[in-house]
Design a protein around this ligand. Structure first.
Ligand code: PMP
Length: 403
């Protein structure tokens, strides 16, 4: 298939708007992606024509909304190649998925003196929930170190694992450096020590296909809004044999089988972890977003973004004073130019219509390891073009000239 970028861009109305009288160049996709028409229309259509609370309803609309919601679960299952829909828990996003796991896993399996392994390059949402758990239980956080190039020290990783290690939690792709971590090795080594692994897939799911059965991770979290779906919906994948052993996270409607004041029994998987009314409009829209990227083809998206990232690194490397942070294996480039503060760079690029992200990117421990306060980050999506990369490069040069 040829990658028809013009046709793709037409699917995203926001891309044709301007800011400060300049055409928008949106390069903040690592934070969130724009939404294609089909996703927004699915939401509008559901609110206009279907809306009713899911499950429990005998009436027509409730059944139709439930069908859409549950069909979406199957779409997610297929997209990540989980074995069964029992393994697909809907959440509000990666952050909630990890909090759910840290709580439930922690309740069942973590005690005083136990150890949780995370990596240097984790997003705060894959550090703080584990830290809170450690504080509750008297457990210890252990950290996989990183090389100056932004890669995990795998020898050191293996040495961290011991009989007190309860779980390993690691990003698939770094949201700051675009490092694609060797998660297959991380999982294989952990399993050799009988330790389960959570992969934070927030930055991998939008860029290349992920396969739960091939990866063999025990848990996997991602956010809908980073993969062209609305905000407020995400997924926790967990192997059924693990989810079965975990206690519920929140209590409420839907997660129960029977309730009395003496005793409550819990619903089957995955509902045991889904208390309260789910954002069923968002789950449906998530399915439409996954259909959308699947129709383009994750491999085609990967190729497009790879060539864009390589082109951008190559063009940017010719700018005087350019310094990159990390290898940008995937669609993320963190940089600084000379001693221009990242905030100044971001603010001035914005005036040129170019949206990049600046700051610590919710990875303060990583910033400390890199010895910096923050970076400028350009991150690409399936709709970005080489012309937009050229605009970024020209913009950076213009800002650099002002200093
Ligand atoms: N992990 C990584 C690697 C991320 O990039 C992000 C979002 N920046 C998150 C977790 C948190 O995702 P959310 O805010 O959608 O819960």
């Amino acid at each position: 298939m040829t990658y028809d970028i013009n046709k793709i861009r037409e699917d995203f109305p926001i891309l044709s708007r301007s800011v400060y009288g300049k055409p928008l160049v949106y390069l903040d996709n690592g934070a969130t992606t724009q939404k294609p028409r089909c996703v927004v229309e699915a939401m509008v259509d559901e609110y206009y024509n279907v809306n009713a609370n899911v499950h429990r309803g005998v009436h027509f609309l409730s059944q139709q909304a439930t069908d859409l919601h549950e069909a979406s679960r199957e779409t997610v299952r297929r997209f990540i190649n989980a074995r069964s829909i029992s393994e697909v828990v809907f959440t509000r996003g990666t952050t909630e998925s990890i909090n759910l796991l840290a709580f439930s896993f922690g309740e069942a399996f973590v005690g005083e003196g136990d150890e949780i392994v995370v990596s240097t390059m984790e997003h705060h949402s894959n550090i703080v929930p584990w830290q809170l758990l450690c504080q509750r239980k008297g457990a210890k956080l252990r950290v996989i170190p990183m090389t100056d190039e932004g890669r995990l020290c795998m020898d050191e990783y293996e040495k961290l694992l011991n009989p007190r290690t309860r779980i390993v939690c690691c990003a698939h792709v770094s949201n700051v450096m675009g490092t694609v971590n060797p998660v297959e090795d991380i999982i294989r080594i952990a399993h050799a020590h009988d330790v389960p692994v959570l992969i934070d897939g927030a930055q991998s799911t939008p860029h290349f296909s992920v396969d739960m059965q091939a990866l063999d991770c025990d848990f996997f979290a991602f956010s809908g809004h980073k993969v062209y779906a609305p905000t407020g919906v995400g997924v926790l994948y967990g192997k059924e044999e693990w989810l079965d052993k975990l206690p519920p996270y929140q209590g409420g409607g839907d997660m129960i089988k029977t309730v009395s004041f003496e005793r409550t029994t819990f619903n089957a998987l995955p509902y045991k972890f889904e208390a309260g009314t789910p954002d069923y409009v968002a789950t449906h829209a998530l399915a439409r977003a996954l259909d959308y990227v699947s129709a383009i083809g994750m491999d085609n998206i990967f190729q497009h973004e790879q060539s864009l990232t390589r082109y951008a690194r190559q063009q940017m490397s010719q700018i005087e004073g350019m310094k990159f942070f990390g290898p940008s294996d995937d669609a993320v480039i963190s940089f600084q130019v000379g001693d221009i503060h990242h905030l100044d760079m971001g603010t001035l690029l914005d005036r040129l219509g170019i949206a990049v992200r600046t700051g610590h990117h919710c990875a303060e421990p990583l910033m400390r390891r890199l010895g910096i306060e923050g970076t400028c980050r350009a991150s690409f999506a399936l709709y970005n073009t080489t012309e937009e990369v050229d605009a970024l490069v020209a913009g950076i040069k213009r800002v650099a000239m002002m200093f």
